[in-house]
Design a protein around this ligand. Structure first.
Ligand SMILES: C[S@@+](CC[C@H](N)C(=O)[O-])C[C@H]1O[C@@H](n2cnc3c(N)ncnc32)[C@H](O)[C@@H]1O
Length: 170
């Protein structure tokens, strides 16, 4: 069994609700950024050190209006193009473990979040062997978030899976 994209998307909708702006860190092919613009936010921005570049308007059925989905090339460890406190929420899916210095990325994410903004993380945990990569344990992720001064840290290991969902608040 594996945690499906549908399960991850459903969790994101549950945890974020509806907000005006969301940052997707390590967005890859930009698909999830389009989903965010359709279902969660008016403005979805993805960044990835290697990923797709896009700037699109998408129709949101949620409020029957046009929202934006934008993906840029950027290093999560140094998001200089973004001002402090410019996003309502941030997500990172299957990506934080790939960042060379994830604690720097976590600090940068906190910097660009508004006060009270939520970070949602979905990622594999230690023990997952499919891609021969190193993953955090839930305890390590909790500690990184704590050291970056996030609050209301909630890390949930998915039963029977090497996978976790986490959320934390600036
Ligand atoms: C396994 S992919 C996941 C992509 C997408 N989030 C998904 O779930 O399909 C991990 C992504 O993290 C990106 N990445 C790795 N290091 C990064 C960094 N320092 N800054 C931004 N993105 C990074 C990679 O380029 C890659 O696209």
């Amino acid at each position: 069994m594996a945690v499906s994209d549908e399960q991850i998307r459903s969790k994101i909708v549950d945890r974020l609700g509806r907000v005006d702006s969301v940052l997707d860190v390590g967005c890859g092919n930009c698909d999830l950024v389009r989903f965010l613009a359709q279902h969660v936010t008016k403005e979805a921005v993805g960044i990835d050190i290697n990923g797709s570049v896009a700037h699109e308007t998408v129709h949101s059925e949620a409020d029957d209006s046009l929202h934006t989905a934008e993906c840029r090339r950027m290093d999560a460890q140094q998001m200089n193009e973004f001002a402090d406190a410019c996003f309502d929420a941030a997500i990172s899916v299957h990506a934080l473990h790939e960042v060379a210095q994830p604690e720097r990325a976590v600090r940068e994410i906190r910097r660009v979040l508004k006060d009270g903004g939520v970070l949602f993380v979905a990622d594999f945990t230690e023990g997952e062997t499919r891609w021969d990569e190193d993953y955090f344990t839930p305890e390590q992720l909790t500690e990184s978030l704590r050291r970056a001064h996030f609050q209301a840290i909630d890390v949930e290991k998915v039963p029977g899976e090497h996978f976790m969902f986490a959320s934390a608040t600036k």
